[in-house]
Unconditional design. Structure first.
Length: 324
């Protein structure tokens, strides 16, 4: 008689060799998961701490399964960890799982059940996405950290200029990169003393931004040779080119070059024939300051054999691309 292999998880018995489907609702501190058998019956519902140690302790005991989760803060590292443990992981696009986003019943256990049942019926219903590799994620974090410093610098510069205007004075005009304590030299002594810590902080932010820019240049030079090719396009520097390469990461996953524009959120509206840039946040933040709000589809028609992305600067149509 053939022996039936089993494994116990949190006091429950799971059968090895059975096709299991697991839905996981990730939380900041605790995550709920629901295990279904081949017939769709619930075998196990539990909570697990959202830490690498706790996740590994639980899911290395569970037979290889199909695990579904939504995109979120923790989904990149959790999906990588579960894949390393041998599970097949589906990361659902959170905005496309309307049974959860539009549900009036907001419950972690119920959401885990819904993810498990959808994954068991048809994984395509989840609008699966693919997370970046760990290397691409850390490189993109450099760009995101720089963007946060730029945002903070802009806010502080605007605050400094606004505060000075309320006294009937103005700081000299200059770019944000040139803002320093020297700008306050022509102000009244008491106002200059008050603004000195604020302007000193802006100087510190400028140094931090410059440090990140040096890191970006190093990353582009050492890891992504396509960046230099993209920088040949007018108005495209290391930040835009590197963000573009990291956003795509693997261009060969697109069957046709025309699909890249849609992936980036560059698509024509239904009736006007004009493009609007939506979608990928990192790329949009990098490119938007250099783009007009609309592009005519005829001026930006994709070319076969080339990866197209709208990288328009002051001219009406500057298109950046790199060959396959």
């Amino acid at each position: 008689m053939k022996k039936t292999n089993t494994v116990r998880v949190n006091g429950k018995t799971l059968f090895k060799g059975h096709k299991l489907t697991i839905g996981m609702d990730l939380g900041d501190h605790w995550s709920c998961y629901c295990v279904l058998d081949e017939a769709g019956e619930i075998l196990l519902e539990q909570k697990v701490a959202t830490t690498p140690e706790a996740m590994k302790q639980i899911f290395e005991k569970i037979p290889r399964s199909l695990i579904a989760m939504e995109t979120g803060t923790h989904s990149p590292w959790v999906s990588r960890l579960l894949t390393e443990l041998g599970h097949k992981v589906i990361v659902a696009h959170a905005q496309k799982v309307q049974l959860i986003t539009k549900s009036n019943r907001k419950d972690d256990r119920h959401d885990a059940r819904t993810l498990a049942r959808l994954a068991r019926i048809d994984p395509e219903l989840l609008g699966p996405v693919r997370h970046r590799s760990a290397q691409a994620q850390i490189h993109l974090t450099v760009i995101r950290a720089r963007a946060e410093l730029v945002s903070a610098r802009t806010a502080l510069v605007n605050a400094a200029r606004g505060l000075v205007k309320s006294y009937g004075q103005r700081l000299p005009k200059c770019g944000t990169q040139q803002v320093s304590r020297e700008l306050a030299a022509g102000l009244k002594a008491e106002l200059r003393e008050v603004l000195e810590p604020l302007l000193k902080e802006i100087e510190s932010l400028n140094e931090g931004i410059q440090e990140y820019e040096v890191r970006m240049e190093k990353i582009a030079k050492e890891s992504y040779p396509h960046v230099e090719r993209l920088k040949q396009v007018k108005g495209v520097g290391t930040q835009i080119a590197l963000t573009y390469v990291l956003t795509l990461e693997d261009p060969h996953r697109f069957p046709k070059s025309r699909e890249v524009g849609c992936f980036l959120g560059l698509r024509p509206t239904r009736h006007s024939g004009f493009f609007r840039l939506t979608g990928q946040d990192d790329f949009r933040v990098a490119v938007e300051p250099r783009l007009p709000t609309r592009y005519h589809s005829e001026q930006n028609a994709p070319t076969d054999g080339v990866w197209i992305v709208a990288l328009t600067s002051k001219l009406n149509a500057s298109v950046g691309a790199f060959e396959e």
